[in-house]
Design a protein. Structure first.
Length: 146
């Protein structure tokens, strides 16, 4: 078997890996902030209509949220450790994001109460997830990961 020699990654690899860690860390913070918020905190953050949707969120959607953010964080940590299996975590994370977004955009009625611009942040999450998968695959092909 022809094994690819490990190469030293460029500075941009480390910058992108750190940004991925920060991005996914923010996702974990949001998960904890939302899932541990009291009713008073939720009422300060959301309109009554948004609160109703949030409180009606099924366990499968909340579980997908957890898998998405912790999968992404695991992928970022694995990327920083230069492990090829970082890509698996990013794929799992993106699949979980899509499951979570299926609740938000197809079943919850969220788009009925929010402006169209409310899809910008979730779309960015998907775009970043796709980029993380692509970048990790590219880093692996270049021999930066082992």
């Amino acid at each position: 078997m022809n094994k690819v020699l490990a190469r030293k990654p460029p500075g941009s690899f480390w910058a992108i890996s750190i940004l991925a860690l920060i991005w996914n860390g923010i996702g974990c913070f949001q998960y904890f902030a939302l899932t541990t918020a009291s009713d008073e905190q939720l009422s300060a953050m959301f309109s009554p209509a948004e609160q109703a949707i949030f409180q009606a969120t099924p366990a499968w959607a909340t579980s997908a949220f957890a898998i998405a953010v912790f999968g992404g964080l695991s992928g970022a940590l694995a990327l920083l450790a230069k492990k090829t299996w970082a890509r698996i975590f990013f794929v799992i994370s993106l699949i979980a994001v899509m499951v979570q977004h299926s609740w938000t955009f197809l079943f919850s009625g969220y788009l009925d109460i929010m402006p169209v611009t409310a899809v910008i942040a979730p779309a960015m999450v998907v775009i970043v997830g796709i980029f993380e998968i692509w970048y990790t695959g590219n880093a692996s092909k270049r021999g930066w990961l082992r």
